[in-house]
Design a protein around this ligand. Structure first.
Ligand code: SAM
Length: 335
């Protein structure tokens, strides 16, 4: 199919939002235990049979495409811990209707897989990195993996991934003293640094006391120079993008709480256990797995996509420094 063919656009909700972006969590498992993501103690894991197979995921993607999905991101948990993920990536990039296939990773297993990911046709990547200080990195993630992740970031640059987005969850008293260091990275490297406001989801070990809102981060960053807005493309989603004059890279802000971007939200999320969520910050979901496994037709499954879209809230209910109303855990939903 020609990529210029207009979207089918069946997934348009009551707010006239075109939901053309599917984020797929392929596993709830992760090889890090980030403070802001993972709760205290042992977390119950999904069983092998609870998780959608790659065939099931691909079938749902094809159904989504018929309804207008044009962009897919693979996430988790940590996607690189699931066996066979490179084959899935290859299958996805071969689907001509998909204009964008990308992945979010913590980078721990990235170096070993980077060339094969690139060869599978994934040329954009998001790496989560919340500290440039190895000790602090270990304090945030629970593991001494900073050097490995940093080397992987350098490697993906050499291989030619572009853009390389670096996701930073800014937390007061934890990594707020590194905001300028991250900003400087965008001067020296072609990286897109994206500061993400901490969202209180589930029962993580971070609280609203640690939350830092975008205006405060922006204020700090301006010590490096004026933030010049960068035009966002149609498929860009919620990040507000900027560049400092002369910088190789960009700085972006994902401000789910201080600037609700709900009116521009184009996302649906498929969880590892086959639930379709129309809003990250609402526990409402529709289950696709049972119908998939009971021999449901494409038409019936498509109806579930439509139901999710019909019930997408106009706006999420979280506010800065508020308490969470979301029971699901981030590593299960897929960030
Ligand atoms: N394991 C992969 C990784 O670390 O990038 C993918 C999954 S992770 C859940 C996806 C993104 O969600 C990461 O960039 C992470 O920083 C972000 N994230 C997780 N919990 C969050 C929270 N409570 N608030 C804001 N961002 C969060």
């Amino acid at each position: 199919m020609d990529k210029c063919i207009p979207l089918v656009d069946e997934l348009v909700d009551r707010e006239k939002r075109h939901l053309n972006y599917l984020r797929i969590s392929i596993t709830d498992r992760c090889n890090l235990r980030c403070l802001y993501c993972v709760p205290e103690g042992r977390i119950p894991k999904l069983g092998h049979e609870d998780i959608l197979s790659y065939e099931e995921i691909l079938r749902l993607v094809r159904i989504g495409i018929k309804l207008g999905i044009r962009k897919v991101r693979i996430t988790g948990g940590e996607p690189l811990v699931r066996k066979g993920v490179l084959d899935l990536l290859g299958e996805l990039t071969r689907i001509r209707e998909l204009e964008d296939v990308s992945m979010t990773t913590n980078g721990v297993l990235l170096a070993a897989n980077a060339q094969r990911i690139f060869d599978a046709g994934i040329h954009r990547i998001n790496v989560s990195l919340d500290s440039l200080n190895p000790e602090k990195y270990a304090q945030i993630t629970g593991y001494h993996q900073f050097d490995r992740v940093w080397e992987a970031i350098q490697l993906v640059r050499e291989i030619g991934f572009s853009p390389i987005k670096i996701n930073v969850v800014a937390m007061r008293g934890i990594n707020d003293d590194e905001i300028l260091d991250f900003g400087r990275l965008s001067l020296d490297y072609p990286f897109h640094i994206r500061f993400i406001e901490y969202m209180p989801i589930g029962n993580s070990r971070t609280s609203s006391r640690e939350q830092i809102m975008t205006p405060e981060i922006q204020e700090t960053i301006t010590a490096l120079g004026t933030l010049i807005p960068v035009d966002s493309g149609n498929n860009d989603g919620p990040a507000r993008r900027y560049r400092i004059a002369g910088a190789q890279g960009e700085i972006g802000f994902i401000s789910a709480l201080s600037h609700h971007f709900c009116s521009r939200c184009n996302r649906l999320r498929l969880t590892a256990d086959g639930k379709l969520r129309a809003c990250l910050l609402s526990d409402r979901h529709e289950s696709l797995k049972d119908l998939l496994r009971m021999g449901g037709s494409d038409k019936q499954l498509a109806e579930i996509f439509r139901t999710a879209v019909r019930h997408k809230a106009a706006k999420h209910q979280l506010c800065p420094n508020g308490v969470t109303t979301v029971k699901g855990q981030m590593q299960g939903i897929g960030g």
